[in-house]
Every structure is written in structure tokens, then in C-alpha cells.
Design a protein. Structure first.
Length: 497
């Protein structure tokens, strides 16, 4: 069904190691035809990173390629198989139900990247789904991925969004779209679970060896427990970064956790407004399993599922294997706390290490909770307090200020131990406490303008602002303002299906 076009009109230089080396881990599959592909969004900066000649891309041929209608030379489209624990329940066979991996390219930094179409039609893993995606959720994924990237958080990114020219049917008919996703790889904890749950130990070993070569080359030749520890370290670091900017993933199923350590699947994700660890935005997360404050615990739970898949490789003696895995999983807490504390010290303006720093950080957040303070602005305005102006910080409180009033002088005394100029401390703090993040009510507004009124200017402006989240400036001021309490109260997110 797909046309193959001559080389030179697209410049992907594919080198498809997953497809070549992991026979049995995917199904060969073609995209469904899109009736009338039309450009919606193209990520020039990312295209440059991939070494693409971007001048040829804004063409109709480009739209045909990124809708799946035309197969670029060297692409071998596959749907990858995986399993996964979804909200704690195991599904033995999920797989790419609406995605196709076109192949891998080596970017300009020498890094191998997956190029994947999402929303390109049914695959052998679609179950009852249509394999399609609506334009709104695909633009949301584009926006959130870019925001995370510019915040400095490891993430998959979107290269393109193309409208397909057909409707997809959800509660109502919605315009369909295909997103092109770029990822370090799409190997998930669920990929390991798929083979382990079938007792296919040889496939688990092949996958582990492949993953080590691709993402943990420093561990080649070491024992598999080192691999488990490496994966744990990366996830601990990732989730600590989320916690520092108030990011709530929303659907941390094991099939949405990548071995590369990148954030993936921006379905129901959202950023905190005021600090409350129990915050949940997702309409399907009834019990708050993936609440903001639960994310480290869930990451550890997912990693335990990962370690279980490798048990037969850890030791011939199964008791010993369980012991090794348990010790590794238990080390998550310490690794996470260390990563979190390192970041928290920087957020608080601290370079020295003092014993009570973790407590000081947590007490600041307790004060934010009591005071119903906006999470992002409270951290941001703490830099002014470092320069002896507590007014901007105090202005973001909407509730009880007893705790923050008691906390500020203690933090000031701790800062005094730093023996650094206040301006220098404040400047360092502003480099790690963002001024803008994609605020939920604004995300909804710009997506509504794009999908309902076909007006992409607000989305493009927001993307422009989010390219530089750490600089306070006039052009970003409106984006930095918290939602009104009515806007914040009704915010709900939905899965992008
Ligand atoms: P997600 O919630 O996007 O992580 O997807 C969970 C699983 O559902 C994956 O196996 C997806 O491929 C599958 N899935 C999600 N949406 C669709 C769809 N529209 N058609 C087919 N499969 C889907
Ligand atoms: Mg997923």
C-alpha cells in the first residue's frame, strides 16, 4: 500500500538495528493510507539535530512521508511487541497498537534515535482499537515533549504532526493526525515483561544484551545485576527531575517506562498548580495511583517488575537471584533521595552539604502546601528572597503563612553558611527554578485554538516561550501566571486515545 520513493528526496539514513537483530520482537507492518495529508507542525530544530535537510520537508511529499503514505528509503516499518502492568494489572500482550517504528537514524551527535509514526493505523496489536490518533492529543504530545526537553529533562520528542484528512471516532468525530516521535529507543519495561511472562529466557537475554549495547555500553561484559542497577539509577534521576518541576506523568504503566530513561507518552500528564502531593489530573486514575507524590514509589514498583524479568539471568540459584534483585530494588530509595536532594540543594541556593538540607527542602514544600502556594512561582520567587526581598514569594501564597514565616529565617541562616554573594546565589537559583512551564489552562487554550479554530498562532507562541523556561521576561509574563481558581479546579486530563 505504501509507495517507495527514490533516495535523495528524504534524507533519513536508516540503520535499523532493532529490526535486524531482534527477529521475533515485532511484526512487519504497513501504515494505513491517509486520504489527504496536510502539514500541521514541523520541528525544525529537531530535524537539524537529526541531520535532515529541512528545506525539502515543508512540501506535500513531506506530508505524505510523515502521514505514512510514502515510505522513505531504508525504512522497514515494524510494530513492536510488549506487555505491561497497567494500573497494577498485567496485560500479557499490548504492543504498538497505533504506532510503527520506521527505523533508526544516527543523529549529528552520533546518537541512535528511533523514528516512529504514531496514529498510522491498525497493526497486529491493535486489539479493538482503530490504530488512529486525533490531532489534539498529538499536538499536546508535541508541546509537552518540547517543554520537557527545554526544561532539561530526558524525553522523547515530536518531529512532525500531519493531519490525515479523515475523522477518527472517539466520543465525537475528531480530525485525525499522525505524530512522528523521536526517541533514544522504544524499549520498555513491558518489552522485557512480554518475553519473561512466556518464560522465554533466551529472548529476555537477547533483549538485555541489545539494550546494554544500545543504552548502557559501559556495562558490556558485566553481570546483569549491574544492568538492573544502571536502569534504576536512570529512573531515579528522571523521576527526581519530574518532582523538581511539578510534572505529573499520569499513566506510569510499565509499558510507558523506557529503559533509555527518557520520559514517554504524554497522554494525561500535567503540571502541578499549588503544591499538594495527592494531586491527580487524569480522569481515569480514580484511586490516585499515579498522584504526584506517588511517582517515586511507582517508579520503584515498576523497576521491581523489571528486575523480576531478569531473575533467571541474575544467578543460577533462584534464591540468590531474588536476593540480588531485592537489594537492587531497595537501593532505589537511596538513589532517588540522593538525586532529589542534589537537585533540591540547587533549587534552594545551596552548594555546601549540611545534614538537615533534605528536611529544609521538604519543610519548604510543606509550607507551600499549607499556604496553597503556586509551586512554580514559589520556587522561582525564592530567588528574590535570597536577595532579601520576600515580597514576590509571599505574594503567591493563598492560605496559611505561619509555616513559611517560620521557615524563611531558618533558610536565611542556612544560606549564610554558603558564604557567597546573595546575587550570585539568586542567579544560580534562577537557572534551576523555571519561570514558565506549560500551565494546564494555557495548554487547553492553545490546543483549542489550533484544533477548533485552526489558529496555530497561540500554540506557536507558547512553544516559542517554552524554548527558554528559565529566563524571566516580558514576552513570557502571561504564560507564567497561575490559573484562576475556577480554571484550576476544573482541570482534568484524558488519555490520548
Ligand atoms: P497508551 O495508553 O498510549 O500507553 O497505550 C496503551 C496500549 O493501547 C498500547 O498497546 C497502545 O498501542 C494501545 N492503543 C492505544 N490507543 C490505541 C488505538 N487507538 N488503537 C489501537 N491501539 C491503541
Ligand atoms: Mg504507551
Amino acid at each position: 500500500m505504501n509507495k517507495i520513493i527514490e533516495a535523495n528526496s528524504m534524507q533519513f539514513k536508516f540503520d535499523n538495528s532493532y529490526q535486524r537483530e531482534l527477529d521475533g520482537f515485532y511484526a512487519l507492518c504497513q501504515a494505513e493510507a491517509a486520504p489527504a495529508p496536510r502539514w500541521v507542525k514541523f520541528n525544525h530544530a529537531l530535524a537539524e539535530e537529526l541531520g535532515l535537510r529541512t528545506e525539502e520537508i515543508d512540501t506535500q511529499e513531506g506530508a505524505e512521508i510523515f502521514s505514512g503514505n510514502i515510505l522513505p528509503p531504508g525504512a522497514v516499518p515494524i510494530a513492536q511487541v510488549y506487555a505491561g502492568h497497567q494500573f497494577g494489572n498485567f496485560s500479557p500482550r499490548l504492543g504498538d497498537g497505533r504506532a510503527l517504528l520506521l527505523g533508526e537514524v544516527i543523529d549529528r551527535m552520533g546518537k541512535r534515535r528511533d523514528i516512529q509514526l504514531k496514529g498510522s493505523g491498525r497493526t497486529p496489536f491493535s486489539r479493538s482499537g482503530d490504530g488512529k490518533a486525533a490531532i489534539g492529543p498529538m499536538l499536546r504530545e508535541y508541546l509537552m515533549g518540547e517543554a520537557m526537553y527545554h526544561l532539561g529533562i530526558p524525553t522523547t520528542r515530536a518531529l512532525a504532526v500531519v493531519a490525515t484528512g479523515e475523522f477518527v471516532y472517539r466520543d465525537t468525530p475528531l480530525p485525525g493526525a499522525v505524530l512522528t516521535r523521536v526517541a533514544a529507543s522504544h524499549i520498555r519495561i513491558g518489552t522485557f515483561e512480554y518475553f519473561a511472562s512466556r518464560n522465554d529466557i533466551e529472548s529476555v537475554r537477547r533483549l538485555a544484551d541489545y539494550t546494554i549495547r544500545r543504552h548502557y555500553p559501559e556495562l558490556i561484559g558485566k553481570s546483569y545485576i549491574e544492568f538492573v542497577l544502571g536502569v534504576i539509577a536512570r529512573q531515579a534521576e528522571l523521576v527526581a527531575r519530574w518532582m523538581c518541576v511539578g510534572f505529573i506523568h499520569g499513566v506510569m504503566n510499565t509499558d510507558n517506562m523506557l529503559l533509555s530513561g527518557e520520559t514517554i507518552d504524554y497522554g494525561p500528564c500535567a503540571f502541578l498548580e499549588h503544591y499538594d502531593p495527592a494531586t491527580v489530573f487524569s480522569s481515569i486514575d480514580h484511586k490516585g495511583r499515579y498522584a504526584f507524590g506517588n511517582q517515586p514509589t511507582i517508579a520503584q514498583w515498576n523497576l521491581a517488575r523489571f528486575a523480576e524479568t531478569l531473575l533467571p539471568l541474575l544467578d543460577k540459584d533462584s534464591d540468590r537471584a531474588v536476593q540480588l534483585a531485592t537489594e537492587a530494588i531497595n537501593s532505589f530509595s537511596e538513589q532517588y533521595e540522593n538525586a532529589w536532594l542534589t537537585m533540591m540543594r540547587r533549587k534552594l541556593g545551596l552548594e555546601r552539604i549540611e545534614t538537615d538540607d533534605a528536611k529544609l527542602a521538604q519543610e519548604f514544600m510543606d509550607a507551600l502546601q499549607d499556604g496553597h502556594a503556586d509551586f512554580i512561582l514559589a520556587w522561582r520567587n525564592l530567588a528574590d528572597a535570597a536577595e532579601f526581598n520576600p515580597v514576590p514569594l509571599r505574594s503567591v501564597f493563598r492560605g496559611d503563612m505561619a509555616k513559611i514565616d517560620e521557615w524563611l529565617p531558618r533558610w536565611q541562616s542556612r544560606l549564610a553558611l554558603e558564604k557567597r554573594a546573595a546575587a550570585e546565589i539568586a542567579a544560580d537559583m534562577r537557572r534551576v527554578n523555571p519561570y514558565v512551564i506549560p500551565r494546564n489552562h494555557l495548554v487547553e487554550q492553545v490546543l483549542e485554538a489550533a484544533t477548533i479554530n485552526n489558529d496555530f498562532a497561540p500554540l506557536n507562541q507558547m512553544l516559542e516561550v517554552l524554548r527558554d523556561p528559565y529566563t524571566e521576561r516580558e514576552a513570557a509574563r502571561l504564560y507564567a501566571e497561575p490559573a484562576s481558581s475556577e480554571q484550576a479546579a476544573c482541570h482534568r486530563t484524558f488519555c490520548g486515545t
